[in-house]
Design a protein around this ligand. Structure first.
Ligand SMILES: [Zn+2]
Length: 420
């Protein structure tokens, strides 16, 4: 009955699609890679299960632990060859879970034999998958409307990432590379409710699912996608945001020698580092581009590249070069440094509208030598799209999840993909 209903939706959807417009692909089932190229895979069955091999063989599995083994000629359980290249593991009780690495999962498992090992894939419904995603991406104790924004963002993001791992035999991986998924073991009542109450809802722009990127904390202003990744999006535009997160202020200190060592290991073509200068900023004050001045060779890198190189929480920071005589300071939004002797106080973090101003700008002394680099920043994540901490703040003020999503993603439409 359910299958027939799904088929009707598919057929109706097809008729409703205007001629000449590609129909977005909304999967009902999803394949999540839990382990790739393992020599053995240990499965735990809380209840009796069943294996169906690619040759159509059925085998009943007792409840308990079963170790599957890769061999060049097939997939083995002890001395028994179960399948040539793939097999399916199901619980005999439809409501039961399957276990792997101390976690329980809904749906079923598929084991694929590759040249290098076994790949374990969790097959399950998209909505069931989200139950194991939302609590990893947002604390389950947060306001219900914030949890709903996360559910819709995660669902839309998933649709956009479908097939990223298709060469490996699944859609998304279970780690931060795609979206962290903890299976049924991660589920919470509150996050399950957020998924159920937004069932099927995705964000659309121009009738297509949006690239629903999100981040933890904005540092007070989100950023245009163009200033972070170089591609323009009509709906990923920076907006003022509240940041009451624990990451609203952070600091990192590194010696000059360690600083240039890191840069030279990553960019050996420079051979030498004379200076590092921010050259472009985004609307939020995030560093968009930096110049690495090596004297003979000069390189331009993005703020994100710099952030990953130094393991920084965000690209919204002040860059401070400290030496014996004082410090050379680039505050967010400033491409001209100001020199401050030690006896002068450091201005507060944030964009200073009065700068650059005659008199404020001061050249560094001739013999200024940098000893340390201090990076004083705000926020966590790339800063594009939904800010999770901002969403929490808005939800606590009584905004609905639809209001909040509409704030972070411009001119989008929220609609259930099951009625499209
Ligand atoms: Zn991935």
């Amino acid at each position: 009955m359910i299958r027939l209903f799904a088929l009707l939706i598919v057929i109706c959807g097809w008729y409703l699609t205007p001629v000449g417009e590609a129909e977005p692909h909304f999967p009902e089932e999803i394949r999540i890679g839990l382990g790739v190229n393992q020599k053995t895979i240990e499965l735990v069955l809380p209840e009796a299960g069943e294996i169906i091999s690619d040759q159509g063989k059925h085998l009943v599995l007792e409840a308990g632990c079963h170790r599957l083994r890769w061999e060049s000629g097939g997939i083995y359980l002890g001395k028994l060859r179960l399948a040539a290249n793939r097999l399916h593991v199901l619980s005999r009780n439809a409501g039961s879970f399957l276990g792997y690495r101390n976690r329980l999962y809904r749906g079923s498992f598929q084991v694929l034999r590759t040249k290098a090992g076994l790949t374990l894939v969790n097959l399950l419904g998209l909505e069931e998958y989200l139950l194991g995603v939302v609590p990893w991406e947002m604390p389950a104790g947060w306001a219900p409307e914030a949890l709903k924004t996360q559910a819709v963002a995660a669902r839309t993001y998933t649709i956009g990432r479908m097939g990223v791992h298709s060469a490996e035999g699944f859609d998304l991986c279970a780690g931060t590379h795609c979206q962290v998924y903890g299976g049924a073991s991660a589920e919470h009542e509150t996050t399950n409710r957020a998924v159920a109450e937004t069932r099927g809802e995705v964000m659309l722009f121009d009738n297509k699912p949006i690239t629903a990127v999100y981040h933890s904390a904005s540092g007070g202003y989100t950023e245009d996608s163009a200033n972070v990744w170089g591609w323009i999006s009509p709906y990923l535009q920076g907006v003022p945001d509240q940041d009451r997160s624990p990451y609203v202020s952070w600091e990192k200190e590194i010696s000059w020698s360690e600083f240039i060592g890191k840069i030279l290991r990553k960019y050996p073509e420079l051979k030498y580092v004379r200076a590092v200068e921010p050259t472009a900023y985004g609307v939020s004050g995030r560093i968009s581009r930096l110049r690495l001045d090596g004297g003979a060779v000069t390189l331009e890198i993005t703020g994100e590249q710099f952030r990953h190189l130094f393991g920084l929480r965000s690209t919204l920071f002040a860059l401070i070069f400290e030496g014996e005589a004082g410090r050379l300071l680039y505050r967010p939004g400033e491409t001209l440094p100001r020199f401050l002797p030690w006896q002068e106080e450091e201005p507060a973090f944030g964009v200073d509208p009065a700068f650059p101003e005659e008199g404020l700008f001061r050249l560094k002394p001739e013999n200024f030598r940098v000893e340390r680099v201090r990076i004083v920043g705000s926020g966590w994540g790339h800063g594009v799209g939904l800010s999770q901490w901002g969403s929490k703040a808005q939800a606590e003020e009584g905004k609905t999840y639809r209001d909040i999503l509409g704030y972070y993603y411009k001119e989008i439409r929220i609609q259930s993909m099951y009625v499209l």
